[in-house]
Design a binder for this molecule. Structure first.
Ligand code: NAD
Length: 469
């Protein structure tokens, strides 16, 4: 049994009171790791360590910070397979996805932000020959970084990398469902020579460890990725304390398909957008709108491909859909499918738990599910399900994260893209990411933008200094 410990001040630390949480392997349904359930006491220690480290790290040159970050990336890359295997066991995702998406993107997060701080400049302005204004940008202090279970290392490093690049230090709390690769990352930090206390990782539940971190008075900024309900709670805690908050929340993203699309590419990518990572990506295209003239043809092709997706052992290269994160989550997904039926939804394929043999007999597998005949007002069309689902017919939505548009008519694609209320629109593609551009949502999908200079803006503050002649 794997036993994790917190990483505080550059050392693996034991708990004051030994309370642990069981962590399950979603594909077998068996406990395979135990996670410390940290209390306010451990959070306090971690914040103290981060505060101490901030005094030196915030004054460390950009080139030294970048050098260490490049080293972190290199070491992580040399252990890509090891990390991918661990991520797949811990999360239930396919090994192929972890190898090609999660871990490479985690590596790139460090490389990208290391490069970013070496290649940015600040502006200065002269006021009518009477004064010079220049902007001093400075890191804000200790950041609290809270990440979800769907893309564990990828989203954790998406926060840690810009944070330490900016000269901040942090206390990070990964999801209690997926803590293992974060724990492994601590050794990488040590090997890369990251000074003690720059990154502290504290494990535990959201209500206990997360809440203690968010409400800590010495943590002036909170970067959170997770569900909308949690985001609201965090915002309520932070607002009276005037903390800077970035909230990357849920999505229920539309995939809009026109008759003049490149049909094969559209079907292939729509399948990926719906079912990659078992549908557990905030950017998944879970609501599909198809122009009437090609609807029957699209539905046939889409269902036929969805049926061919192999659900099973995440290690098997043939597997395209692994296990859902937990028993509770699987039950939630299945409940939404039942709800869809009650509202007259037609289950075109899937719709049930997938029972496997042998070691996977208790795994949390659900067949890729396509539901049609759903009204826009139905909860199935409104709420994030985060499972292997695709829904036809829905229009307005409380979320506003991303959208894909499929059309070979540029003018039409632009017109639709510009009128959609989301933070990110892909035209004829899905999940193509450039870390320089702003990323984030509107409505219940969040507040703030991350990526390139937008992340830097979050982790730093700007002071204008006006010098008279
Ligand atoms: P969650 O909100 O349950 O948990 C996210 C993190 O918050 C976990 O580490 C959890 O322990 C912690 N947490 C929970 N309650 C807390 C509290 N009161 N105070 C502080 N921390 C607390 O989300 P999840 O189920 O882990 O992740 C899935 C959600 O994340 C989905 O809604 C998905 O859309 C969203 N997500 C969004 C993005 C994005 O970029 N917008 C990316 C990935 C996932």
């Amino acid at each position: 049994m794997l036993l994790l410990s917190n990483f505080i001040g550059g050392k693996f630390a034991s708990l004051k009171e030994e309370t642990y949480i069981d962590s399950y392997n979603p594909s077998t349904g068996k406990v395979y790791a135990r996670i410390p359930n940290s209390t306010e006491y451990e959070i306090n220690l971690a914040v103290e360590a981060a505060q101490k480290a901030f005094q030196t790290w915030s004054k460390t040159s950009r080139s030294t910070r970048a050098q260490i970050m490049y080293k972190i990336a290199d070491i992580l890359e040399s252990k890509l397979n090891e990390f991918a295997v661990a991520e797949s066991i811990d999360q239930g995702k396919t090994l192929e996805f972890a190898k090609n998406v999660d871990i490479p993107r985690s590596i790139y997060n460090f490389r990208y932000f290391a490069g970013h701080i070496l290649h940015t400049e600040e502006k200065s302005t002269v006021t009518d020959n009477i004064a010079l204004n220049y902007i001093q940008r400075y890191p804000l202090g200790v950041a609290g970084l809270i990440s979800p279970w769907n893309l564990p290392l990828y989203l954790l490093t998406w926060k840690i990398a810009p944070c330490i690049a900016a000269g901040c230090t942090c206390v990070a709390k990964p999801s209690e469902f997926t803590s293992v690769t974060a724990y492994m990352l601590c050794d990488v930090f040590k090997q890369a020579g990251l000074p003690e206390g720059v990154v502290n990782i504290v494990f535990g539940t959201g209500s206990k460890s997360g809440q203690a971190l968010v409400s800590h008075p010495k943590v002036p900024l909170i970067s959170f990725t997770g569900g909308t309900v949690t985001g609201k709670k965090i915002n309520e805690t932070c607002a009276p304390l005037f903390k800077k908050v970035s909230l990357e929340l849920g999505g229920k993203n539309a995939n809009i398909i026109f008759e003049d699309c490149d049909f094969e590419k559209t079907v292939d990518t729509s399948i990926r957008a719906a079912f990659s990572n078992q549908g557990e990506i905030c950017l998944c295209g879970s609501r599909i709108f198809v122009q009437k003239s090609i609807y029957p043809k699209f539905l046939d092709a889409f269902i036929s491909q969805a049926r061919q997706l192999v659900v099973g052992d995440p290690k098997d290269p043939k597997t395209k859909v692994g296990a859902l994160i937990s028993k509770q989550h699987m039950e939630k997904v299945l409940k939404y499918i039942e709800l869809a039926k009650e509202y007259g939804g037609i289950i075109e394929c899937g719709g049930i738990r997938k029972k496997l043999d042998g070691e996977f007999s208790d795994g949390y597998f659900v067949e890729p599910t396509v539901i049609t005949n759903i009204k826009s007002s139905c909860r199935v069309a409104q709420e994030e399900i985060f499972g292997p689902e695709a829904i036809n017919l829905a229009n307005d939505n409380q979320y506003g994260l991303s959208c894909s548009i499929w059309s070979e008519n540029g003018r039409r694609a632009r017109r639709v893209a510009e009128s959609i209320q989301v933070g990110y629109v892909w035209v004829n593609c899905w999940m193509v990411r450039d870390l320089r551009v702003p990323f984030g949502g509107v409505k219940k999908s969040g507040i703030g933008r991350e990526g390139g200079e937008y992340s830097m803006n979050f982790f730093t503050e700007q002071k204008t200094i006006c010098l008279a002649n």
